[in-house]
Design a protein around this ligand. Structure first.
Ligand SMILES: Cc1ncc(COP(=O)(O)O)c(C=O)c1O
Length: 442
């Protein structure tokens, strides 16, 4: 990593950088201590982009106080289970009190929070609010997609899945393939780490369904969903995306990807409480068969006195895919607070800040003998680092006494920070990893 000396004058927007041609700024990113780290080699044309990125990162500093994370904890495990925001906790406590005092709850409370989630999700990720369904998990969303698609699958149809993908994204297709006589075709792990190319190479005419991810859960490998979406439209392939490992952490637009279905667990990068997740359903599937037949998704659901007039019609949009007990009074208010915070931060700004943290970690880990994926195949917010061959210990066990938390998948460490991470956390992680690989921890 090349570090540039920089000083910030009394005027907050005045930045002096030595060694950099004024009209040829490399893409720079600041650490929290105002050191500048070079993360991309391409020069930027407009210098005000640089000032912009400075203000963004100034604005993104000190987000730790929004979470309840003690100073001695360094938590790099969002891809596993994110910490809840304080704002979510507070709204959830209010919701819990409403369940303790049910007389404070109104009939519209069975619907309003879900509609607020739909609106916020559409504002952040595109598509229309009507297209979002409230689900309890990614598994539920992906099983809903498989159930909806199943009737159009014929004997011999090919369903594309990714090698080593998360089971929730693969298992529904095993069942569909078995019951409909379709064939599952697995895209192998690409040796060069380029999942987008690996998928596009297999996405030929005749593939009926492509069940893909936006970011491989094991190591953060990036999939260019826009390119995959375009290929699917060209080949008339149904696109089902598991966006669990990227929705909320990096920009994604329903308009450009145009998935048929896109599901995401809430409890990772969306910062939702456990048990609330999202499913986006494109307009062409909104008449398909849902997973459940619940009263709350029916056209007459608001007429509590007339519920025994059973009606076939569903509520409009993707509401027919909502889970029963849609408006959980504890979890949905927590999810709303999380979406509001994501909106306040801005998804591009979250991605940019996490990219800066990961660039610093990747560069430092490389010098310690770890292998990290090429920056061009990496997602901004998470990455897998292969342990040096000389290390034979149990790293998670080594890290635990230091209160440093991350995941290990085989010989890979999976590092997935969020905005609560500060320089102290990063320094501790790097210091302890250095000691561990040099065999000096014990
Ligand atoms: C890619 C991916 N999909 C889905 C899940 C979890 O699915 P669910 O919400 O059904 O628990 C995970 C959890 O690690 C994941 O990494």
């Amino acid at each position: 990593m090349i570090e540039y000396e920089c000083s910030i004058s009394a005027l907050p927007k005045m930045i002096h950088i030595s060694q950099v041609e004024p009209n040829n700024f490399p893409c720079l990113i600041f650490s929290r201590l105002h050191n500048i780290h070079l993360i991309r080699e391409q020069p930027l044309r407009a210098s005000n982009r640089f000032i912009e990125s400075y203000s963004i990162l100034e604005h993104m500093q000190d987000q730790r106080s929004l979470f309840d994370i003690p100073g001695e904890i360094a938590y790099f495990n969002t891809a596993y289970f994110s910490p809840l925001l304080n704002a979510s906790r507070d709204r959830m406590i209010t919701g819990l009190n409403q369940k303790i005092h049910p007389w404070e709850r109104h009939p519209e409370d069975f619907f309003d929070d879900a509609n607020r989630v739909r609106e916020l999700a559409a504002g952040l990720f595109g598509g229309d609010a009507e297209g979002y369904a409230i689900t309890p998990s990614a598994s539920y969303g992906l099983s809903t997609a498989a159930r909806a698609v199943e009737p159009v699958i014929q004997r011999g149809d090919i369903i594309l899945v990714l090698a080593e993908d998360f089971p929730s994204a693969v298992l529904p297709w095993y069942r569909v393939a078995k019951e409909r006589g379709a064939v599952l075709h697995t895209v192998p792990v690409p040796v060069d780490g380029n999942w987008t190319k690996a998928i596009l190479d297999q996405l030929v005419p005749g593939i009926r369904v492509a069940a893909v991810t936006s970011c491989h859960w094991t190591n953060g490998a990036h999939v260019n969903l826009e390119a995959v979406g375009e290929a699917c439209r060209r080949n008339d392939t149904i696109l089902v995306v598991d966006a669990t490992q990227s929705l909320g952490a990096m920009p994604l637009s329903m308009e450009t990807v145009q998935p048929d279905f896109l599901a995401a667990s809430g409890y990772k990068w969306l910062l939702f409480p456990y048990g609330a997740s999202l499913l986006y359903v494109s307009a062409r599937w909104r008449n398909a068969r849902p997973l459940e037949e619940s009263w709350i998704t029916r056209a007459n659901a608001r007429d509590f006195a007339g519920l025994t007039t059973y009606v076939d019609a569903y509520l409009p949009g993707a509401r027919r895919f909502d889970v029963g007990e849609t408006c959980n009074p504890v979890t949905l208010p927590g999810a709303i607070a999380a979406l509001e915070q994501l909106q306040a931060w801005g998804i591009p700004q979250i991605a940019e800040t996490l990219e800066g943290i990961n660039a610093r970690l990747c560069n430092a880990l490389q010098t310690k003998g770890f292998q990290v994926p090429d920056a061009s195949h990496r997602s901004p917010h998470m990455f897998g680092a292969k342990l040096p061959a000389t290390y034979t210990g149990n790293l998670l066990q080594d890290l635990r006494p230091h209160k440093i938390f991350l995941s290990q998948r085989g010989q890979f460490l999976r590092i997935s920070p969020h905005l609560h991470i500060n320089d102290h956390d990063m320094d501790r992680l790097l210091g302890v990893l250095e000691e561990a690989v040099r065999g000096k921890l014990h």
